[in-house]
Design a binder for this molecule. Sequence first.
Ligand code: F6R
Ligand code: MG
Ligand code: MG
Length: 363
Amino acid sequence: MVTLSVIKADIGGYVGHSSMHPDLMTKGNECMAKAKKDGMLIDYHVTKCGDDLQLIMTHTLGEENDKINKLAWDTFIDCTEIAKQLKLYGAGQDLLSDSYSGNIKGMGPGVAEMEFEERVAEPIIIYMADKTSSGAWNMPLYKMFADPFNTIGLVISEKMHQGYTFEIHDVKESKKIMLSSPEEIYDMLVFMGAPSRYAVKAVYHRPSGEIAAVSSTQKLSLIAGKYVGKDDPVCIVRCQGQFPAVGEVLEPFAFPALVEGWMRGSHHGPLMPVALADANPSRFDGPPRVIAAGFQLAEGKLVGPVDMFDDPSFDPAREQANVAGEYMRRHGPFEPHRLPLEEMEYTTMPSVSKKLEGRFKDI
Ligand code: F6R
Ligand code: MG
Ligand code: MG
């Protein structure tokens, strides 16, 4: 069995919240190289999406492993030191605890990991997003694993025809439910269609029970009890054979759906699929970005990545995202560009309401 762990954190932006300083990536690579040399990791790949440092690791220690969690935490701490020296913006922003306490998930960084038996060929796509939250994967995962207009394999492949089970988390109440496609899609969409509260944590192949996809579902604001930045989630998807083909897994992102996030984590904006080099959200701190790193696994070695959205066939999605983004922007501080009151990460509502308390008259 091999475990693929993707652990990410915003530990300082360059410039502002737009991108990552190369020295942080160098440090991240150094820490990972040492862990590989020491035998803890089979392989690793360090990358970034916007202002988030992404540690992609393979090992045999299983999910939620303390050594791997601590390795990621220590790497983020070492990178934060550099971020502090360079006075990068929000140095150590996602590290919500002063010291490592054994459960990295509750401490700020985002985590997606899966343990599985590597197939003869194991194509994997790792999605990483910036300036949005974990519910952003709901629509793409639904399309990949439950919508035949996206994934024709659901209709014409014997290996996929029995469908998939979705594990949906209520991120506010910390509850989960398993629902199966295709029989239960109407029930499933009641929850999945409300991504600010319900996020797809994992998808399983029904006949075999094998893990197909897993996402990070941390909600930073709920962990910290106050605004500390959007979650900027990650998602791992296995492809081909009993899973959707690479092209079916990428296809949902040809539509730049509106997601929560963007400026001050308080707006709706289109999720723009981009090449790694273009994952530096700048306009109005956005619009939200998603990158796709494709790998083949070979005995746990990460062969790749291929920058999957670095393809002109995604140009129309980017153009559409710009048009939709402009349309949303023209609403300024009005909903539905601005998020509903309870979802905004920044708000002056309590203080302004208090100040004007006496001026509200009964009508
Ligand atoms: C969104 C994000 C940014 C900041 C914005 C204000 O997730 O990180 O849009 O919210 O740049 O940042 P502060 O309050 O730090 O000046
Ligand atoms: Mg940031
Ligand atoms: Mg970020």
